[in-house]
Write a protein that binds this ligand. Structure first.
Ligand code: FES
Ligand code: FE2
Length: 346
């Protein structure tokens, strides 16, 4: 990316993760902001306890450590000038590759490497700014093809801040037995709690599960067009560690794609981004889609925030399981395979 030698990557102070687990999680891409929220003013974000600044110049969007190497002031309090970000305390300026270009107190002095700002790679995908702390890792942004597919409508609701771990959140997203209980006001029913057998398998990226049931996906009160006996297929793909895509197959070839991209702020906090794409419902107002989505994720959030322990136990003997949990059991198994420890959060 740049010829400038970057500072060595180490877990930040007060890191809430086990250091070995942090190093594994740092190898993956996570969203840290919606593109539409990155304006003129630099934005603060946190990923894996690392304070970040997200800012925009004419050349594009950049992500850097939100800590001036001089005296530790967050650069999100500064401003952008041309292609550089300026620290408000002593006016030091940083280029997109992290190089300090100017020390105003000493115009004749060439800033040494000690002044280099840690910067991170950026990919703009699905309306989101993705970054990866470990610049040398060999990983990709999880796919979400429907965002770029003709004939699909794309919607990006506001993000949701959750007082719980990303692992618990992602597991809840692929949990099919909770529909009847937690989402009985949104789309499911307590009269219909039985979970038919389904499949969940490990893949090279995480887990693939296919769940067929008679649980419709229409908001309560909306008259759908499902014929009697219609079988609802929900396809889940977890791109470990914390992104999962769901495709809900509606009648008449309708498809609803939901990307649950959980960004681990810390071991105890998660910022959830949920881009949605669908090939039907073009006349439904965007606000209605936002509202239905917000209702469902708020219902999930209320549970995630009270679960104990807050971190996902990867030791399968730590909690009890029933057959409908096979997607979450597979997820835990995959996270263990990644090398994360049984207590991989804090
Ligand atoms: S603290 Fe940033 S320039 Fe001094
Ligand atoms: Fe849910």
């Amino acid at each position: 990316m740049s010829a400038v030698r970057q500072p060595v990557l180490t877990p930040p102070r007060d890191c809430s993760f086990d250091p070995a687990d942090w190093a594994i999680l740092a190898r993956h891409w996570y969203p840290v902001a919606r593109v539409e929220d990155v304006g003129e003013k630099p934005l603060a974000a946190t990923l894996l306890d690392m304070a970040l600044v997200v800012y925009r110049t004419g050349a594009g969007i950049h992500v850097a450590r939100n800590l001036c190497p001089h005296r530790g002031v967050p650069l999100s309090h500064g401003w952008v000038e041309g292609e550089e970000i300026v620290c408000p305390y002593h006016g030091l300026r940083y280029a997109a590759d992290g190089r300090c270009t100017q020390i105003p107190a000493h115009p004749e002095l060439a800033p040494s490497a000690r002044f280099t700002l840690q910067v991170f790679p950026v990919k703009v995908r699905y309306g989101l700014v993705w970054t990866r702390l470990d610049r040398d890792a060999d990983t990709v942004v999880p796919p979400f093809e429907a965002w770029e597919t003709a004939g699909y409508r794309q919607v990006l609701p506001p993000y949701v801040d959750i007082g719980g771990s990303a692992g618990r959140q992602v597991e809840g997203f692929v949990d099919v037995a909770h529909f009847a209980w937690i989402h009985h006001e949104a789309f499911a029913s307590r009269e219909n709690p039985v979970v038919p057998d389904y499949t969940a398998a490990l893949t090279d990226y995480g887990v693939h599960a296919e769940y067929r049931s008679d649980v419709p996906n229409y908001p309560k009160g909306v008259e759908g067009d499902a014929p009697a006996g219609f079988v609802w297929l929900r396809e889940f793909d977890i791109h470990a560690p914390f992104t999962a895509r769901l495709i809900v197959h509606f009648p008449n070839e309708g498809k609803l794609h939901i990307l649950n991209a959980a960004s681990p702020v810390s071991a105890r906090r998660t910022r959830l981004f949920v881009p949605i794409a669908q090939n039907f419902n073009f006349d439904v107002p965007t606000e209605d889609i936002h509202a239905f989505n917000a209702q469902i994720f708020a219902e999930d959030q209320a549970i995630i925030e009270i679960q104990k322990p807050e971190d996902l136990p990867l030791d399968l003997t730590a909690e009890a399981h029933f057959p409908a949990d096979r997607s979450s059991a597979a997820y835990r198994r995959y996270l263990s395979k990644m090398g994360l420890s049984f207590r991989y959060t804090a």
